[in-house]
Design a binder for this molecule. Structure first.
Ligand SMILES: [Zn+2]
Ligand SMILES: [Zn+2]
Length: 340
């Protein structure tokens, strides 16, 4: 495992540029339940040989990349240079180099440019929820206007309707000049994400978030390694459809890497309670109690400067030292990469 953070990731130069023929297929697998969380499984697979020719990563570990870590609204300015201003978008590469994209915040624009540069055209997309900051980048994800692109979207039936309908609304008049019908990529929607999925070699388990208008958190597992992504989750306030603290602790238990919403400090929370986000010390408590190995603070408040985030990280590390824990803690940047 190692961390990597690098600038100009949109144009990596060390990746083989062999075109994909986009032969993704989906087929039913098995159906079972996992304790508190219902789990539905599908397989997204394609030929191994094609993967080998694409990047030479055959047999590598799972890679987790962040393309946006800011919450609610994109920000820019010199006070945000370290952690970045783009809203949520996470990329996961399976050990076979299949691509999973979680959320389409403004960060997905840079990811799309990078994927086209890499000549990768097949992806699976999954969403946590339909709030604006998590879908606003979809019309700016250039692969959707590329006929070579084949995108499987796991269509979670959100509280406000199907994901397809929600994405179409983002591109409907008078909000956007390009019509949803003008998308040229081959996009296929697959339901039942609430119950989980298997994407290539990664098992995906979901959990309802405690968040206004609901949403889903995910646990991604491959070869005994795991990554838990819980953004837009309010640990100390139970929204309709949400669960209590203990369920999120159980869901995160022992994971190699937890990203959790850490938007507020205690003072801010006195007037933001019930807005759907957590105090960073509550998220840290969850990470400590769940015995995770690494904890990434995420969904940074739009007014939180780099300096402010550094102070939060220092405070968290002080708490961790006081607990005599070896938990690694950091704030996720929008150019973050972790290889498990
Ligand atoms: Zn959000
Ligand atoms: Zn939200």
């Amino acid at each position: 495992m190692y961390f990597n953070s690098f600038s100009n990731r949109e144009h990596p130069s060390d990746i083989s540029l062999v075109e994909s023929s986009c032969c993704v297929c989906l087929e039913p697998f098995v159906h079972f339940t996992l304790a508190d969380f219902s789990l539905f499984v599908i397989i997204v697979s394609k030929s191994i040989g094609q993967n080998e020719s694409q990047s030479g990563r055959q047999g590598c570990e799972m890679i987790i990349r962040c393309w946006g870590a800011r919450g609610s609204i994109p920000v820019s300015g010199e006070e945000y240079l370290k952690y970045g201003g783009d809203t949520p978008c996470i990329e996961i590469r399976t050990k076979n180099d299949e691509i999973i994209i979680v959320d389409a915040g403004s960060g997905i624009r840079r990811l799309g440019n990078s994927l086209l540069h890499e000549k990768r055209f097949s992806y699976t997309m999954i969403f946590t929820h339909s709030h604006w900051d998590h879908i606003m980048g979809f019309p700016f994800f250039k692969p959707i206007y590329n006929r070579k692109a084949a995108i499987n979207i796991i269509d979670c039936p959100m509280a406000q309707g199907s994901l397809k309908k929600l994405l179409a609304n983002v591109m409907s008049p008078p909000h956007f000049p390009v019509k949803f019908e003008d998308i040229t990529a081959d996009i296929r929607y697959h339901g039942a994400c609430r119950e989980g999925a298997v994407i290539d070699t990664v098992k995906v388990t979901s959990i309802p978030l405690s968040h206004p208008n609901m949403g889903l958190g995910y646990r991604f597992e491959e070869d005994g390694k795991s990554f838990v992504f819980l953004t837009d989750n309010e640990l100390t306030y139970r929204h309709p459809g949400g669960l209590d603290y203990g369920r999120y602790a159980a869901f995160s238990k022992g994971t190699d890497f937890l990203i959790h919403d850490s938007e507020y400090n205690e003072k801010e929370y006195t007037y933001t309670k019930s807005w759907g986000h957590s105090v960073y010390t509550d998220a840290l408590k969850l990470a400590l109690e769940a015995g995770v190995k690494r904890f990434g603070l995420y969904h940074h408040n739009q007014d939180r400067s780099d300096e402010g985030l550094d102070e939060i990280v220092a405070h968290c590390r002080g708490i961790i030292a006081g607990e005599k824990s070896d938990l690694e803690c950091f704030a996720v940047t929008q150019d973050f990469e972790l290889i498990l």
